[in-house]
Design a protein around this ligand. Structure first.
Ligand code: CA2
Length: 143
């Protein structure tokens, strides 16, 4: 089984800026934790981009290359109709994840445009949200 992890804008700054909001763990640390958890269970591809169009292209390309995708779309979660449309058009199951509990933050973060077209949403567990996203993706295989 192959699982694609996609990360949206500014997540490359994790652990380097605003540690009081997003903690001290870097995206590379998170990738390592996901890879350890996936060992012998799934092949992992892990990507980050600040570009909305690139995320859309990666979702489109996922159809021919992976079994599931786990996405932290970051700010595009709340704004991107294009990303939502690409997920809706894809046959690949997509799981939405967030480090923070978006429902406990500012009102503009409460709405996720992609949630209705994803399999489910995991948020609020910090870096563990990624590991839970992996487990959710693996569980889809058993359905
Ligand atoms: O909680 C999450 O994972 C978010 O997707 C993070 C996004 C935010 O816009 C979403 O509402 C919730 C922000 C990612 C930006 O990450 C930074 C990390 C360090 C410094 C600055 C930004």
């Amino acid at each position: 089984m192959k699982i694609l992890f996609l990360n949206g804008p500014n997540l490359n700054l994790l652990g380097q800026r605003q540690p009081e909001v997003y903690g001290t763990t870097t995206l590379a640390d998170i990738e390592s934790a996901v890879r350890v958890q996936a060992e012998g269970r799934a092949e992992i591809e892990f990507r980050q981009t600040n570009d909305e169009g690139e995320l859309v292209t990666w979702i489109q390309d996922a159809a021919s290359s992976v079994d599931a995708a786990v996405i932290n779309a970051a700010g595009y979660t709340h704004t991107s109709v294009a990303l939502r449309d690409s997920i809706a058009a894809s046959d690949v199951p997509v799981i939405e994840i967030h480090l923070s509990n978006i429902h406990a933050r500012e009102e503009f973060r409460h709405n996720s445009l992609i949630a209705p077209v994803c399999e489910g949403q995991i948020c609020g567990f910090g870096p563990t949200s990624y590991v839970l996203g992996l487990e959710a993706a693996l569980s889809l295989k058993m359905d």
